[in-house]
Design a protein around this ligand. Structure first.
Ligand code: SF4
Length: 89
């Protein structure tokens, strides 16, 4: 099949294509680094969103993570021993 500009425009993005983006969300994550004790429950549950800095305190990789990660983030909120994580919708 020959390439034509119209076929290129109408073609939907292929599964796994680099141009495909995850659904963004209105969810916003905040962490209170003043109370974080570095228990790392959050990093284990959702490493795409949470990491620990060089001092062992939580740091965010994503402040507006995709909706697909909500369930894991809600688990992190529930398991955080000092209630340092908040979700704002
Ligand atoms: S689970 Fe809570 S206390 Fe532990 S690293 Fe994450 S934010 Fe900090």
């Amino acid at each position: 099949m020959e390439w034509s500009p119209s076929s290129a425009v109408d073609e939907p993005p292929r599964e796994g294509s680099p141009s495909r983006t995850l659904e963004s969300s209105a969810m916003k994550i905040t962490v209170n680094t003043d109370v974080c004790i570095g228990a790392a429950m959050c990093t284990g549950l959702s490493p795409q969103v949470f990491t620990l800095d060089e001092e062992g305190i939580v740091s965010l990789r994503e402040t507006n993570p995709p909706e697909e990660l909500r369930a894991r983030i809600e688990q992190a909120v529930g398991f955080c021993p000092v209630a340092a994580i908040k979700i704002q919708d």
